[in-house]
Design a protein around this ligand. Structure first.
Ligand code: ADQ
Length: 511
């Protein structure tokens, strides 16, 4: 979708390009991370500005020139937000990744609720808002991304920004029993309501958010009609919607169908001597359930000895957040498990687990997606999980099976084509892999066709169009005095009414 008037002001923690010091000189490189890549493909052709941090060497004298160079050939420009090294550590590694990330993934015991992190989080959010408010006009639409920027809506309003502002949360939103542990819970709920539109990955996340409001911020009143699900706080109305993110299906599918990927996949399969190839692809993150997956694979080899020699797990992990202690420990745990399992089962001509700890090119990734028989996604909690959708797009021969954690956002959409598992149930994961290995080919095909139809239809472009269309029409409005609070319905009447309409995540709609 192209905005009819005005520009799209996209705001995310990082820009899709990064300035790094190489051999003492600032140099441009692509940002790592699925989010930047996915969004970059959507904004092609969209006029506007992308605001974000440009990396560790962004304060160099040549940074502006490098960003102008990066914008050549694009329809939008880049505007950097300066963040000091200390702020990166307390805002990004600290508040975002040692508090919000674990808490919103239902792991409060991993949180470090350091009050200094909160101070810096506020300061950096205010700075993002100032940079944004300086350039956004009333005709523009601001789209803020993810848990790094939950307070920005509030600071935008304080800066008097007249633009429509929407916020999309890429990670899950927790249930009240978890969220209420956050010392700054009210401030965050209130600040989110300063946006005109809030978007969540699944109905469950949206429901959790509304339930948190009900418990923690009862002065906010939620209402719904057939078309609308909104919350009013102090006269401001915020619309709330479910918008499951997706991928550029045709781009993935056509590249996967290319001759170069096909021959690389055939070559790889040949080298694996046509074993059943089970694939895991993840960032190294404790939310992805990598140790659970490895332990389940060990159970598979113990319980189904006939699969030994016939099945191989290829686990690819991209390094992530390596300066945070939890992540270092996870890497040690994963590598120990891989070596224990390989030590227990390896025989001449067969190594059960092939482990790679590095970032892959798109071509390499597609080669493994295409070559694999089974994709194994065992996230303990995941906002969406784009890997599952990328695998489906790349399965041009329509023969692969997806074993998918029920705690991913993707499960809401893909549950009928995938084998859905509880990632805490290691025996069930092992049985699911076995079932996929022995599944008749007709069943594999019909499941994969269904999955591919879903991902083809609900792709990243339709996701962006739905969100932007909702954001650009979500008028901030003042609740009339004779409205529902005063006369329409009393707060008591809300008690028995569900706050959200039940419905499929595919509706990509408000309510
Ligand atoms: P992530 O937690 O990063 O994203 P995911 O959605 O699976 O999780 O995206 C990972 C991306 O990294 C994919 O595009 C994948 O191809 C890529 N990737 C993984 N391993 C790689 C490797 N070794 N080499 C190269 N690329 C690799 C967050 C949320 C998710 C949500 C997305 C988007 O945690 O739940 O789906 O944002 O909203």
């Amino acid at each position: 979708m192209k905005l009819r008037e005005g520009r799209l002001i996209n705001v995310s923690n990082r820009l899709p390009v990064e300035i790094k010091n190489r051999s003492g000189h600032p140099r441009l490189s692509r940002s790592s991370g699925g989010l930047a890549t996915a969004l970059d493909s959507v904004w092609r052709g969209q006029h506007g500005v992308w605001i974000g941090w440009a990396g560790a060497a962004a304060d160099s004298a040549t940074a502006d020139t490098l960003l102008q160079k990066a914008a050549r050939g694009r329809s939008y420009s880049f505007k950097p937000v300066t963040i000091s090294r200390d702020e990166v550590s307390k805002f990004y590694s600290g508040f975002a990744n040692e508090i919000i990330w674990p808490l919103f993934h239902d792991m409060p015991s991993r949180c470090d609720f350091d009050p200094e992190y909160w101070e810096v989080y506020q300061r950096v959010n205010r700075r993002f808002a100032q940079v944004t408010a300086e350039i956004a006009t009333a005709k523009d639409v601001i789209w803020a991304h993810d848990y790094h920027l939950m307070l920005m809506g509030r600071y935008l309003r304080e800066a008097g920004s007249p633009a429509h502002a929407g916020f999309f949360l890429h990670i899950p939103f927790p249930a009240p029993d978890i969220f209420e542990k956050l010392p700054w819970r009210k401030s965050i709920l209130r600040a989110l309501l300063q946006y005109n539109l809030l978007g969540f990955q699944t109905d469950r996340d949206r429901y959790n958010y509304l339930s948190c409001l009900e418990r923690i911020l009862p002065e906010a009143t939620a209402s719904r009609s057939d078309l609308d699900n909104s919350v009013v706080l102090e006269g401001r109305r915020t619309r709330i919607g479910t918008f499951p993110i997706s991928i550029a299906f045709e781009e993935f599918a056509s590249h996967a169908a290319s001759h170069e990927v096909e021959s690389a996949a055939n070559q790889f399969r040949h080298e694996m001597t046509n074993k059943f190839l089970v694939l895991g692809v993840d960032r190294m993150d404790y939310t992805k359930g990598i140790p659970e997956r490895l332990k389940a694979f060990r159970i598979l080899l113990r319980r189904f000895p006939e699969l030994r020699h016939r099945v191989t797990l290829l686990q690819v992990v991209v390094p992530s957040r390596e300066d945070i202690p939890n992540y270092k420990e996870l890497r040690r745990e994963v590598e120990l498990l891989v070596s224990q399992i390989n030590g227990e089962f390896t025989e001449a001509g067969w190594v059960p687990i092939h482990y790679m700890h590095r970032s892959l090119t798109r071509r390499q990734l597609l080669t493994y997606y295409r070559a694999a028989d089974i994709l194994l996604v065992t996230s303990l909690k995941d906002g969406m999980n784009l890997v599952a959708k990328e695998f489906c797009a790349a399965q041009v021969e329509e023969c692969g099976v997806v074993v998918l954690s029920e705690f991913t956002g993707a499960a809401a959409e893909l549950q009928h084509g995938a084998i859905v598992i509880n990632p805490y149930d290691l025996t069930a994961i092992a049985e699911a892999i076995h079932r996929a290995c022995v599944m008749p080919v007709e069943e594999k095909r019909s499941r994969m066709r269904l999955l591919r139809d879903i991902v083809r239809t609900y792709n990243v472009q339709s996701w962006a169009d739905a969100f932007l269309s909702a954001a650009s029409t979500a008028e901030p409005s003042v609740e009339p005095k004779a409205g529902r609070e005063a006369g329409g319905s009393s707060p008591d009447e809300d008690a028995g009414i569900p706050l959200i309409a039940a419905g499929s995540s595919h509706d990509q709609r408000i309510a």
